[in-house]
Design a protein around this ligand. Structure first.
Ligand code: ADP
Length: 507
């Protein structure tokens, strides 16, 4: 049946690989590319960061944005990247808001992105094209939902606003005057305070997105449920509970060109799900040899930012237990937190004479690809994990994940000894409580299977490699959500339940 193309506009701070800090950038690119391939009219609006070196074409030479009663000059540029139509806001703001070397990490991050949000709305008004879906990503652009619904409702034609929450830990906190600076009246900023007794005057930008969007999407179904609780909601659980009829979760896809063991330029020997197990295992041995001498002992490792979210104390416990059981352990990671970085430097020093321990405290793209193929087990013991990419990459590369059952880890890894999981979806090991005891016990279980039942271990590899982690499935799910209009919130709920069933049935 013929269907009109939808006009979908994404607004975000990141787009991989040109301006990426984390998973947010991967999602915006992966989803936009797939929706474009499906024939939709997709546009992405980003700030024009100083460090972007592209062949920009000018789209609008001048337009004004009012901030603190001053008219500030801006321009809009466009450029195709990764097969997607990108628009870049250049601002001549006196504070050089985007003429910086990094995307975030500045004291004025909130006013920078509030200004960006206002400028995007002015640009959309100038373009004056009807929009089917305005898809906003994270707190940086949540203010747009408030502007469209409360201030510019008669000047813009937007059928539906979707907000993606990639990690609720980051919320965009600021003062009321940051919003009144762009002419948002005071009475609209009051409800954006978070009932936080320690900071009663603080305005929360993500809260604006939650209140004013029509649908809220998180990056996995389990995370959508978790953020309704005080353990995972970072103080926004109450407001989310109020709006939970519009909240759902869609598991992220993986960039299957970047993460493909059949073509990966960093691998010594290529392999794929259709190859024999003998070839998969021999490729693993070759990858091991590029890191160190390969032994018959199981290789366990992690490739991760070393931050509290990722359970660094549990990573250390996995290392201790692996060494005790004569396995090989590899850590590839680094920490922005000096105490954690120092602690891992200390561990590196303590194990320097042990040839079975490799602690590489850096960001190394090439080594990460080799390691995903070399490891037998990848450990991801996160305290919370909105989606998580490394467990999916590991499975694609024939490595068995060992994870804590939270967020996207719970939605993708199905324990091999949990017989309530159908046999064909069992693909790894998972544990419930983020304790050292459970971590160590799960390493023991994994070693036991590896040493005593190679056929069962190899079937975990096969199940992981055979799973479709591409953007095809999630993009179709987003399309279905985009097509549901406001008035169908009940249908939305139904869809949420159906989506969850479809996700689990495809493994
Ligand atoms: P998060 O976005 O919370 O850091 P994800 O699992 O979603 O965690 O994604 C992490 C990404 O960063 C993966 O692609 C992983 O391979 C990569 N990565 C993390 N640490 C390193 C490192 N030290 N060197 C190379 N790649 C890394």
């Amino acid at each position: 049946m013929y269907r009109f193309k939808m006009h979908i506009v994404h607004v975000a701070a990141e787009f991989a690989p040109i301006c990426k800090v984390g998973g947010l950038g991967d999602v915006v690119t992966g989803l936009s590319r797939e929706l474009t391939l499906l024939g939709e009219k997709v546009e992405i609006i980003l700030p024009k960061y100083n460090f972007l070196k592209l062949n920009f074409q000018k789209e609008i030479p001048h337009f004004h944005v009012k901030e603190k009663n001053e008219l500030i000059d801006n321009a809009m540029w466009k450029q195709e990247v990764e097969g997607c139509n990108l628009h870049f806001l250049e601002t001549h703001h006196p504070h050089q808001y985007f003429n910086r070397d990094k995307i975030y990490g500045y004291d004025d991050d909130t006013p920078r992105f509030i200004y960006f949000s206002k400028a995007v709305v002015e640009y959309l008004k100038l373009k004056n094209e009807p929009i089917d879906v305005l898809h906003l990503h994270d707190w940086h652009v949540s203010t747009i939902a408030l502007l469209v619904k409360e201030i510019e409702q008669n000047k813009l034609s937007v059928k539906k606003i979707v907000l993606s929450i990639h990690n609720i830990e980051h919320q965009g906190k600021c003062a009321s005057h940051d919003l009144t600076a762009i002419e948002i009246p005071h009475d609209l900023t009051e409800p954006l305070k978070k009932d936080d007794p320690s900071f009663p005057e603080t305005v929360n930008l993500l809260k604006a997105g939650i209140i004013y969007s029509d649908t809220i999407v998180t990056v996995s179904p389990t995370y959508a449920k978790e953020i309704l609780t005080s353990q995972y909601g970072f103080g926004l659980e109450k407001v989310l509970q109020k709006y939970k009829s519009k909240l759902l979760g869609i598991l992220n896809g993986l960039d299957d060109k970047l993460w493909n063991p059949e073509t990966d330029p960093f691998l010594k020997q290529h392999f794929s799900a259709s190859d024999s197990m003998k070839k998969v295992l021999s490729s693993k041995q070759k990858a091991k040899k590029t890191i160190s001498t390969s032994s018959k002992a199981p290789w366990v490792g992690t490739i991760s930012r070393l931050v509290p979210q990722k359970g660094p104390e549990l990573i250390e416990e996995a290392l201790r237990k692996t060494v005790e059981m004569d396995g090989v352990f590899v850590i590839l990671g680094s920490s922005p937190i000096p105490e954690i970085q120092k602690h891992f430097e200390y561990l590196k020093q303590s194990y320097k004479d042990n040839p079975n321990v490799h602690i590489i405290l850096e960001y190394n793209e090439e080594l990460s690809h080799t390691l995903f193929a070399a490891l037998d087990f990848l450990v991801v013991p996160s305290h919370f994990e909105p989606c998580g990419l490394t467990q999916m990459i590991a499975m694609r590369f024939g490595t068995v994940p060992i994870v804590r059952a939270t967020g996207g880890l719970k939605d993708t890894v199905f324990d091999c000894e949990n017989f309530s999981n159908p046999a064909q979806i069992r693909n790894g090991f998972s544990f419930q409580k983020a304790t050292k005891k459970e971590m160590a016990h799960t390493i023991e279980r994994a070693f036991h299977l590896f040493k005593n039942d190679p056929i069962a271990f190899q079937s975990l590899i096969k199940h992981g490699m055979n799973t479709d982690f591409s953007w095809k499935r999630p993009a179709r799910e987003y399309l279905r959500i985009y097509q549901i209009t406001d008035k169908q919130s009940l249908l939305d709920r139904f869809h949420y339940l159906r989506t969850r069933r479809e996700i689990s049935s495809q493994f």
